[in-house]
Design a protein around this ligand. Structure first.
Ligand code: SAH
Length: 282
């Protein structure tokens, strides 16, 4: 398929000299928004990151495709160079689609790119996407909030700009204040992160899920605990990209692993949080 059908709507037109900053969703091309599909049909140039699926790019056959991420040992483009490249393309009068994995404003530097564009007088449109920390967990059967578990959720990155675990993060407060913690880019420093959470009082038995290449055909899900995560990730040979979810909501996968159920596996536990009542009765 080279053309995405769009339902009837007064679709916005991409104008020459504009940059649309669009989310591509976490992987499964079906998780793209219709606005991004509309942009794919019109763009002259698509500048895309790693983690954007080939099939999504095939929906913009008329456009030039420019890779701007880190993948397969290719050197990574510098953030400033990417932003200035977008400015250049816009000034050439192109209809520019900047396509980023997940949501462009969630750990995706979309804000920086958009700011540079505005500073250079380039008009922009922002199209959000489904972030891996929400949609990726949903594909694994893990609700990012669940009434019996959490009233808040914290999204954190395992890297800061220097590539280290975020020293600026107050793991003590996060650990105490957030029942559910969703970690992006956490694989490299998983040992330190797990240690910090346990030092801050989270149990060694705290449920953790690691979801790699979520929502794609290669999705893998590991259910483990804070105490075992390092060994289990190594044994399973899991590689990034991964979303790591810490908290009791991980247990809900025992009843909500819809992909497993679709493949014929019965739910492992109908009441994994031990409420002893039908979920809807309260
Ligand atoms: N803007 C993106 C996040 C970019 S940061 C979003 O909203 O989803 C890149 C990190 O996102 C990866 O290191 C990983 O932690 C996470 N990620 C993105 N896509 C993923 C996927 N399909 N499966 C698991 N993790 C993913």
């Amino acid at each position: 398929m080279t053309d995405v059908p769009l339902p009837d709507l007064d679709w916005p037109q991409m104008e020459p000299g504009w940059v649309w900053l669009c989310g591509a969703g976490p992987g499964d091309p079906g998780l793209l928004t219709l606005h991004t599909a509309n942009a794919l049909r019109q763009a002259d140039v698509v500048i895309y990151d790693a983690l954007v699926q080939e099939q999504i790019l095939s929906w913009a056959p008329q456009a030039e495709h420019i890779y701007a991420g880190k993948r397969g040992g290719k050197p990574s483009a510098k953030q400033r160079d990417i932003s200035l490249h977008l400015v250049e393309l816009a000034r050439e009068g192109k209809k520019v689609l900047r396509l980023k994995g997940g949501d462009p404003f969630v750990f995706g530097r979309g804000g920086e790119e958009a700011q540079t564009l505005v500073q250079h007088g380039v008009p922009i449109r922002i199209i959000p996407g489904i972030s891996a920390g929400i949609g990726g967990l949903a594909y694994a059967g893990i609700p990012v909030t669940h009434r019996d578990v959490n009233q808040s959720v914290t999204f954190v990155t395992g890297h800061d700009q220097s590539g280290n675990t975020p020293g600026s993060l107050d793991w003590d407060s996060i650990s105490k204040g957030s029942q559910v913690i969703v970690i992006y880019m956490g694989m490299k420093h998983i040992a330190q992160i797990a240690r910090k959470l346990m030092d801050a009082g989270r149990s060694v038995a705290e449920p953790v899920a690691v979801v790699t290449t979520a929502t794609t055909d290669d999705q893998k899900v590991l259910e483990t605990t804070l105490g075992r995560i390092v060994d289990d990730v190594a044994t399973a040979g899991l590689e990034p990209p991964a979303i790591i979810c810490v908290g009791q909501s991980v247990l809900m996968r025992q009843v909500l692993d819809w992909q497993g159920m679709a493949a014929g596996q019965p739910p492992r536990n109908l009441d994994p949080l031990g409420r002893g009542r039908p979920a809807e009765s309260a």
